[in-house]
Write a protein that binds this ligand. Structure first.
Ligand SMILES: *Cc1c(COP(=O)(O)O)cnc(C)c1O
Length: 362
């Protein structure tokens, strides 16, 4: 029996999706492939509220984090940094020889729009990178407020890592004026890892045409040329695409978009109530809590390892340790993808029973 994953990626995958993935392969230049590709893109557009370009790359999300700045930056990148993943995006710029500055705040906090405005007003930057849902700290960035600021800077590309939020927390990409919005399939999409779903604005496509060294693998211009023919430049993750197609149909036609957003908000509410009742405290500053995962402070002397070990042994499920610099100070519970409110209730019941035996927290 496998451990059901209540960790913020990879997540539990519904058996129906595993079935959709485990089907005979088709050649990626055949009509059968092009049919599933062509059927999936418009559904992705609906889920991302966009009429612009949507495509997918066969790599984990980090590949497109790198690709975005390579395709779009000609001057300098401004990165928000408030956790491990936003720090990663900033570091990626350095690894590619792309100039970048970090707008950094302590972990648990969100970078404020005023700070973004002040930095962009210097005119040094042509790309702004923000992580919407900082999976290491459970902080949700004020995307709508950033969007207001970015309206003043039409030449700055607004790139958003929505890895642990897309398909769980509603993101109206066109309305927000996003130029890139990316997420791997192993988080709120509820699939195995393998594809990175990416929205790219028409403005960003134009910018990419001028790129001097966009890179070969994640190349927006090449990818669009292929996408127009319902193909990809190289062999895609065909099994996951079958899964993504099935999941899009489920999201749009079985669950319904609004129900999916509401279910995630309901799971967040339940989790916050449980955190309080159990005597814990959330790590993020108030008002900036993630909808899809909760990062919780470890009380003094809290034996997380025993708790998680017992969850696995008795109930075949696990939650997650902290991540990055705050690994030892926090633990995390994901409430994303296809997890239900009632599954979360059951999980909290199990945790309460184990904690009662451990007598922690007091
Ligand atoms: C998981 C995660 C990533 C990294 O995704 P990979 O698919 O492992 O490359 C990046 N950003 C955020 C916010 C994440 O949660």
């Amino acid at each position: 029996m496998h451990d059901r994953l209540f960790i913020p990626g990879p997540v539990e995958v519904r058996p129906e999706l595993l079935q959709a993935i485990a089907r005979p392969q088709v050649g990626h230049r055949t009509q059968a492939y092009m049919d599933v590709h062509a059927a999936t893109i418009p559904m992705l557009k609906k889920i991302l509220y966009t009429e612009q370009e949507v495509m997918f790359f066969t790599c984990s999300a980090t590949g497109v984090m790198e690709g975005s700045i390579r395709n779009l930056c000609q001057k300098k990148v401004l990165n928000t940094v408030n956790g491990a993943f936003s720090k990663r995006w900033f570091k990626i710029a350095g690894f590619n020889g792309i100039p970048a500055d970090a707008l950094e705040v302590p972990m648990g906090q969100a970078v404020r729009p005023e700070a973004v405005d002040k930095a962009l007003a210097t005119g040094q930057y042509d790309v702004f990178c923000a992580v919407f849902n900082e999976t290491s700290t459970g902080v949700r960035a004020p995307l709508e407020e950033y969007a207001e600021v970015l309206k003043k800077y039409p030449d700055v590309m607004f790139c958003v890592d929505a890895v642990s939020a897309m398909a769980g927390d509603k993101i109206e990409t066109d309305k927000l004026g996003l130029d890139v919005c990316l997420a791997g399939t192993q988080k709120c999409w509820g699939l195995p890892t393998g594809l990175c779903v990416t929205m790219i604005s028409n403005k960003a496509m134009k910018r990419a045409e001028q790129a001097k060294a966009p890179g070969y693998y994640v190349n927006f211009v090449d990818a669009k040329k292929s996408n127009d023919k319902h193909q990809t430049p190289h062999t895609p993750g065909i099994p996951i695409l079958f899964g993504l197609h099935a999941q899009c149909e489920h999201i749009l036609n079985v669950e319904g978009l609004d129900n999916r957003w509401k279910r995630h908000l309901d799971m967040q509410k339940l989790t916050h109530e449980w955190v309080k009742k159990a005597g814990f405290e959330l790590f993020p500053e108030k008002g900036y809590e993630s909808v899809t995962l909760s990062c919780i402070k470890k009380p003094e002397g809290f034996d997380f390892k025993t708790l998680n070990g017992q969850l696995s042994k008795r109930h075949h499920c696990i939650i997650s340790n902290g991540y990055g610099d705050i690994k030892e100070q926090t633990f995390r519970i994901a409430h994303m993808a296809d997890t239900t409110v009632s599954e979360m209730k059951t999980l909290f019941g199990w945790i309460d029973a184990i904690l009662a035996e451990m007598k922690v927290p007091a």
